[in-house]
Design a protein around this ligand. Structure first.
Ligand SMILES: NC(=O)c1ccc[n+]([C@@H]2O[C@H](COP(=O)([O-])OP(=O)(O)OC[C@H]3O[C@@H](n4cnc5c(N)ncnc54)[C@H](O)[C@@H]3O)[C@@H](O)[C@H]2O)c1
Ligand SMILES: O=P(O)(O)OC[C@H](O)CO
Length: 333
């Protein structure tokens, strides 16, 4: 199959290497021309994923229209904040892209202003394509290195198309599962980023292994309760895009969301941590989105509430512990 990957951050680059490994023809197209030139000459993404060689037959593109011309699938490899703009560019370049059937969004987050989910944005702007999302425990460096993991590809509608895409993305080192629960998969990807900030608070405050295990267990319970109320299937949150990615991100040494929480607990300020950084901390933005969504459906989500307070209302990390521990006692389920 022929894949066009638009956006060459860490994850778009790792996916290019993975899709090539799976036997596909791949074109990687960053947003900026200078970046395309650097990728083409250095055969490495020194800005976002240093240390992983881009195989020589991965093509580097820049203009979207020619890249889409031959593509069967387009991978939208940008953060949630850039997805609408990227979809608009794809829409304007669709003429002549006759083979193109599916647009797969990689971002784990909602559009801040509208609370639209990634697949909804794709459906709004590219109604002629099947909207899909790919989510699960997949740190870019490990996937690029060919270390084994599993991921879930979710789309509604045409079952044969989903099956074909599942096989095209899979390789010996990446096992792809399929799902029709778009909402659930997207919610899991966003929620786990928020809870990873809490896991970072736990680590930064050196609360210990018991605390971390208790935190993860209650975060999963909250993810299932809130995610189901927001329209996801409960079983999806026990899967790769929910529980799987929660465990990976809350424990991942290099997770941007977990290390953000850890740095907050050690006293660094939010402005200092967010300003001038090249890479995204999706969980910070998702905390606002999912807090708004939780309020709309009236679900009690105390862990989310505490992380939101630290992120947006100057809540102190140590208060999170006393607030959560001091809640009224209740039955576990
Ligand atoms: N890095 C990972 O390990 C990983 C794994 C799975 C999912 N994700 C998710 O994938 C998304 C992207 O993550 P990343 O790690 O690649 O981010 P990154 O911070 O490494 O890079 C983001 C890239 O997106 C590009 N970009 C931003 N706006 C764009 C736009 N409008 N059009 C085209 N490109 C645009 C930037 O130029 C940059 O190259 C995030 O939502 C993240 O949560 C990341
Ligand atoms: O580095 P993070 O925290 O954005 O997490 C990356 C991936 O989502 C892990 O699956």
């Amino acid at each position: 199959m022929n894949f066009a990957i638009l956006g060459a951050g860490a994850w778009g680059t790792a996916m290019a290497i993975q899709l090539h490994r799976a036997g596909n023809r791949v074109t990687l197209a960053p947003r900026r021309m200078e970046h395309a030139l650097a990728l083409a000459s250095e055969r490495e993404n020194r800005d976002y994923l240093p240390g992983y060689a881009l195989p020589s037959d991965i093509q580097i593109g820049c203009e979207i229209a020619p890249v889409l011309m031959e593509a069967d699938y387009v991978i939208l490899a940008c953060p949630s904040t850039g997805l609408r703009e990227l979809c608009e560019k794809v829409r304007d370049a669709l003429l002549g892209a006759e083979q193109l059937k599916m647009a797969i969004a990689l971002c784990k987050g909602y559009e801040r202003e509208t609370l639209r989910a990634p697949a909804e944005i794709v459906q709004d702007l590219l109604p002629e394509l099947t909207a899909a999302v790919l989510s699960g425990p997949t740190f870019a460096g490990e996937v690029a290195a060919g270390k084994p993991t599993a991921i879930v590809l979710a789309a509604e509608g045409d079952a044969d198309q989903l099956l074909e895409a599942q096989h095209a993305i899979s390789s010996e080192s990446l096992r792809v599962y399929r799902s029709n629960d778009l909402h659930g998969v997207e919610l899991g990807g966003s929620l786990k980023n928020v809870y990873a900030i809490g896991a970072g608070l736990c680590d930064g405050l050196k609360l210990g292994d018991n605390a971390k295990a208790a935190y993860l267990t209650r975060a999963l319970a909250e993810m299932v309760r809130l995610g189901a109320a927001l329209g996801g299937k409960p079983e999806t949150f026990y899967g790769l895009s929910g529980f799987g990615d929660l465990i990976a991100t809350c424990n991942g040494e290099w997770s941007r969301n977990r290390t953000f929480g850890e740095a907050l607990a050690k006293g660094q300020g939010i402005d200092e941590l967010l300003s001038g950084r090249k890479t995204v901390v999706e969980g910070y933005w998702a905390a606002q989105c999912v807090q708004d969504m939780a309020k709309k459906v009236g679900v009690d989500a105390p862990i989310l509430g505490e992380i939101h307070r630290v992120c947006y209302s100057k809540g102190h990390p140590t208060e999170v512990v006393s607030n959560l521990m001091g809640r009224q006692l209740k039955a576990e389920h």
